[in-house]
Design a protein around this ligand. Structure first.
Ligand code: NAD
Length: 245
């Protein structure tokens, strides 16, 4: 899978899964626009460049529609096209329903779901003009099976799946594919925040018996973003060690 001469935007690229996706796309030849808040993605872009890849950092806040539109417009101005959009940034604000604050709901929906709407809407026009494109959204196994204490997160991640399937149907005739990668439990800062009991409990539910790595997810995202995946759209690819089949 080569991404030579492709321009790819990855959100939440400063660390974890987003960082691994940015590095893998760059390793395969893409020019990567590594987006994160402020200058958080600078180190990633610098490291990619230092190892011979092509990348630049971009500042974008998922809760600020204007900054997301600016990210898309700036990328078009600078590079003339967007071949791949990876909507990866996401947050958790876990709480049981009876204690969940309205702000916990709003923040998670805005960051995990509404940002994808804004990004896709802005990126679609240039993709359609270019007669093709790849959109990959990072959802979660929790959006497929639910999880106590994560009603907000599960709703956002299930929402992404419905959103992507609908968009896939709308834009298939324009050769734009829209797919979802749904990771299970992946070893990142997000899961390191879990208690060790919760980690053990989750791991006991994974047939492959281990947490996934950011690289496991990056490989799946790269496949769906590649030319080789041109006949695949509206799909949800689980990267979950068999946790959900
Ligand atoms: P992480 O917390 O390590 O990284 C999240 C990234 O999103 C960071 O770069 C962060 O800066 C960015 N981000 C968060 N809010 C933002 C905002 N308002 N504006 C801009 N950037 C923002 O998490 P991760 O584990 O790498 O998760 C990446 C994606 O994968 C998320 O969408 C997450 O829901 C999903 N996911 C993770 C796991 C897991 O086990 N780690 C499992 C399933 C799905």
């Amino acid at each position: 899978m080569s991404f030579d001469n492709k321009v790819a935007i990855v959100t939440g690229a400063s660390r974890g899964i987003g960082r691994a996706i940015a590095e893998e796309l760059a390793r395969r030849g893409a020019f990567v626009v590594a987006a994160a808040r402020g200058a958080n993605a600078k180190a990633v872009a610098d490291e990619i460049a230092a190892s011979g890849g092509k990348a630049e950092m971009a500042s974008a806040d998922m809760t600020d529609a204007a900054s997301l539109e600016a990210l898309i417009h700036r990328t078009i101005e600078r590079h003339g096209k967007i071949d791949v959009l990876v909507s990866n940034a996401g947050i958790t604000r876990d709480q049981l329903m009876l204690r969940m604050k309205r702000a916990d709901w709003d923040d998670v929906i805005a960051t995990n779901l509404t940002a994808a709407f804004t990004l896709c809407q802005a990126a679609l026009k240039p993709m359609i003009r270019a007669r093709g494109g790849r959109i990959v959204a990072v959802s979660s196994v929790v959006g497929q099976i639910g999880n106590a204490g994560q009603a907000n997160y599960a709703a956002s991640k299930a929402g992404l799946i419905g959103f992507c399937k609908s968009l896939a149907r709308e834009v298939a005739s324009r050769h734009v594919t829209v797919n979802v990668v749904a990771p299970g439990l992946i070893d990142t800062d997000m899961t390191r925040a879990l208690t060790s009991d919760a980690q053990k409990d989750w791991t006991s539910q994974i047939p492959l018996g281990r947490l996934g790595s950011p690289a496991d997810v990056a490989a799946a995202v790269c496949f769906l973003a590649s030319d080789e995946a041109s006949y695949i759209t509206g799909q949800v690819l689980g990267v979950n060690g068999g946790m959900y089949m």
